[in-house]
Design a protein around this ligand. Structure first.
Ligand code: ASP
Length: 353
C-alpha cells in the first residue's frame, strides 16, 4: 500500500472509530502541580510519550495522558503489534488485549480478545469507571464497547492480511528454510516471513502531582490460537502500579509474565527500596529461574524468548530491563523525548532478533 493510501486508510479508520477518546471516560483537568513529570514507554512509544507529556503539562490525569498517547500507536496501521493493523489470530481476525491502572484511585480495568474496536485501552478505562468489574472479554467486551459508543471497524489492514495469508498458505510453519521465490513475495510479507513474534505498547505516566497512571495495549502473539490472552490485560502481569510506590509494565512473551506476575514483582521490589533497574532485573531473573519447559530453553538452558520491562518510581526515577541485549525504551523527562537503552541480563541479542 502506498504511504498516501495508508494515511487515508488511517484517517478514515480513526474517524470511523470516533476518535474522541476524551469523551469516553476521561477525568477532569487539574491545575498543574510542582513535581517534575515523567512518561515512559516501550521503544515504539516515542510519539506516545510526547503526546502524554503534552497532556500532563496541560493538566490531564496521568492515565488519560497514557491512554491518548498509546491511541496514536493503536491507530497506526504501520505498527503491526497493536490495535489497527495488528497481526491477526490464526483465523485472520485481529483480537486485542489492553488494561489500564489509575494510581490515585487504585482502579483498574481491562479487556481481552476484543475484536473490531480500534482503541481497547480506552474501553478498558470504561470497564474501570463504568462497571464494578476489572476484566471483560470477547463478545461481552465488544458489546460493552458498543454500548458506550465505540464504532466497529475491520482492524485488518491490507498489509496485515497479506502477511497472515502468506503464513496460512505456507501451512503455518514457523520455518523459513524453504521460502517461495522472493519475486512472488510482497516486501512487507518478506519482512515478516518466518517470524512468529509479538509486540505491544506499554506507557506509564507520572504527573505534576506525583500521581501515576499506566496502560498496556496489544494485538498479542502473531497468528495466536483464537481466544489466546497474553499478559497485557492482566493486572500484575503486563502492568501494575501502586500510587505510593511506582508503575511498571512489560512487552514480550506474555506467558512468562503470567507465570510470574512480573509487573507486580517490580512494584513490590521498588517498595522494598530497590532502584528501578534492580527491581526490573529482579523480574528478569525470576523469569529465568522459573523457565523450566525444555521447549522454552536454548541449548544453554536460557530462555529462548525475550521479555522487556519498563518502570518508574513515584519520585521520577525510571529504568528498563530485558533478558537479552539491545532493547530500548522511550522516555519523556519533561524537556525532551528520547530512546534510551534498557539494561539486560545477557550480553547477546535475543535469539529471535
Ligand atoms: N506481551 C504480549 C503478549 O504476550 C506481546 C508482546 O509484548 O510481545 O500478548
Amino acid at each position: 500500500m502506498s504511504d498516501a493510501l495508508n494515511r487515508r486508510t488511517f484517517l478514515s479508520a480513526s474517524a470511523a472509530a470516533g476518535l474522541s477518546l476524551t469523551a469516553l471516560g476521561a477525568m477532569p483537568q487539574k491545575p498543574t502541580g510542582k513535581i517534575r513529570p515523567i512518561v515512559i514507554s516501550s521503544a515504539n512509544g516515542l510519539e506516545t510519550v510526547k503526546k502524554a507529556m503534552e497532556m500532563i503539562k496541560a493538566g490531564a490525569d496521568p492515565l488519560d495522558a497514557a491512554i491518548e498517547g498509546v491511541a496514536i500507536v493503536e491507530a497506526d496501521p504501520k505498527d503491526n503489534t497493536v490495535g489497527y493493523g495488528g497481526i491477526p489470530n490464526e483465523d485472520g481476525v485481529v483480537e486485542l488485549d489492553a488494561a489500564v491502572m489509575h494510581g490515585p484511585t487504585h482502579g483498574g480495568g481491562s479487556v481481552a480478545s476484543l475484536r473490531n474496536i480500534m482503541h481497547p485501552a480506552a474501553v478498558a478505562r470504561l470497564v474501570m469507571k463504568r462497571t464494578d468489574h476489572c476484566l471483560l472479554v470477547g463478545e461481552g467486551a465488544l458489546r460493552f464497547a458498543k454500548m458506550h459508543g465505540f464504532k466497529e471497524i475491520d482492524l485488518l489492514t491490507e498489509d496485515s492480511r497479506k502477511i497472515w495469508l502468506h503464513w496460512k498458505e505456507t501451512n503455518g510453519k514457523d520455518d523459513d528454510r524453504f521460502p517461495p521465490p522472493d519475486d512472488e513475495l510482497d516486501p512487507i510479507v518478506r519482512e515478516f516471513f518466518g517470524i512468529r513474534k509479538h509486540g505491544t505498547i506499554h506507557c506509564s505516566a507520572l504527573d505534576t502531582h506525583g500521581d501515576l497512571g499506566c496502560t498496556t495495549t496489544t494485538s498479542g502473539l502473531f497468528y495466536k490460537i483464537p481466544g489466546r490472552v497474553g499478559d497485557s490485560p492482566i493486572m500484575g502481569a503486563g502492568l501494575f502500579l501502586d500510587n505510593e510506590v511506582g508503575s511498571a509494565g512489560s512487552t514480550g512473551r506474555g506467558e512468562a509474565n503470567l507465570l510470574n506476575l512480573s509487573s507486580h514483582t517490580i512494584v513490590e521490589a521498588m517498595r522494598r527500596g530497590l532502584s528501578p533497574k534492580d527491581a526490573a532485573m529482579e523480574a528478569v531473573k525470576r523469569i529465568v529461574a522459573t523457565n523450566k519447559a525444555p521447549r522454552n530453553r536454548d541449548p544453554k538452558g536460557r530462555p529462548n524468548f525475550d521479555v522487556k520491562f519498563y518502570c518508574v518510581t513515584k519520585d521520577g526515577r525510571y529504568a528498563g530491563a530485558s533478558l537479552w541485549a539491545g532493547a530500548k525504551m522511550a522516555v519523556h523527562d519533561g524537556d525532551s523525548a528520547k530512546l534510551v537503552d534498557c539494561a539486560s541480563l545477557y550480553d547477546e541479542k535475543a535469539p529471535e532478533n
